[in-house]
Design a protein around this ligand. Sequence first.
Ligand code: NAG
Ligand code: NAG
Ligand code: NAG
Ligand code: NAG
Length: 317
Amino acid sequence: MELLTLILLTLWTLWTTTGGEWSPPVSSHVSCVFMETCLLPCSFKPGDLVIDWSKGRMTVHIFDQGKDELKDQDASFRGRTSLFPEQFFVGNTSMQLFKVTVDDEGIYQCFVYDRKTDHGTDEYIHLRVEGPVKALSMEQKGDVLVCSSEGIYPQPNVSWAPPSPHKTQIGPMTDRRFSVTSSLSLDVQPPQQYSCNISTDHSWKSATYSLQPPVEISTNITIPCVDSMVPEKSLVWTFNYIQTIQLIVVRSGAEVTYTAPWRPFVEGVSERGSLSLKELSQEQEGVYVCELHTDDTTYISRTVLGHTAPGEAHSPC
Ligand SMILES: *[C@@H]1O[C@H](CO)[C@@H](O)[C@H](O)[C@H]1NC(C)=O
Ligand SMILES: *[C@@H]1O[C@H](CO)[C@@H](O)[C@H](O)[C@H]1NC(C)=O
Ligand SMILES: *[C@@H]1O[C@H](CO)[C@@H](O)[C@H](O)[C@H]1NC(C)=O
Ligand SMILES: *[C@@H]1O[C@H](CO)[C@@H](O)[C@H](O)[C@H]1NC(C)=O
């Protein structure tokens, strides 16, 4: 009799969750970060419980007669679910879902049946997945500025400041998160500054790229990085001399490292990241790039040092 009730109720929920018109009364919404652990909340009056978690037609997790019953568990959930049996006596029938993927999005049903009272009820929980924008890369490739990121969910937005014509490609990766690449043509009139912002409803990262006016080489020189004080996490200066990129300075917190070939030439790095150089000769003519990271924004500044007419300085090297 009890079992028959359970089967009928299960069939009823199967029928209702798969019928196109009917949408379940969702009682809670949860947002879970890609590859992290998610808690799907559910609670009932304590009793002699059968707990049946499902998603559409898929069995997610069943607990019956004091133990997990996972033989009907859908393969996509194998090894990724657990309940809190030590909490059942307070009516906590929440489920933990590990390593959340985009496919886990959707509505979960928590059906609890009490053998003692022969009574069953259910709750519906809507799970949304977030793949936050974690890192953004901004690179100059010839006369094109390319801004890109990947592993984002849901589909991100890209904006440029100042608003400029750009080509943006957004495509799904194999795990259904999105990768995005946006490029714009650089104007040749220096100085120029462009910012790219990749965002979802929950997260964003941006990068600002500055083309500094070229600097005539002399013995001692200071090359600027950012205009204003920003809460810096790390700073890197590189020298780009005909295809090879040489690291000059890395600063991370209080730690500053100068690479050996540059020690004779580096006077110091200011708080705002400006690079002071000394005893320079033609050998040090080339492109200097500063990359300063804060929590959500990367500042990149590119300066050409040399005996160049202003017009030539911004041609790709
Ligand atoms: C259920 O127990 C888990 C683990 O202790 C806890 O994180 C969660 O908040 C509890 N949920 C409810 C609805 O009490
Ligand atoms: C980037 O875009 C997001 C979403 O529109 C916004 O909240 C954020 O302030 C922007 N960041 C910058 C630096 O413009
Ligand atoms: C993306 O940009 C469009 C147009 O500016 C806006 O309507 C939409 O709300 C944005 N979406 C997100 C997720 O920021
Ligand atoms: C360059 O800097 C060095 C070290 O600070 C200093 O000794 C030298 O006088 C400076 N040279 C010029 C031309 O300013």
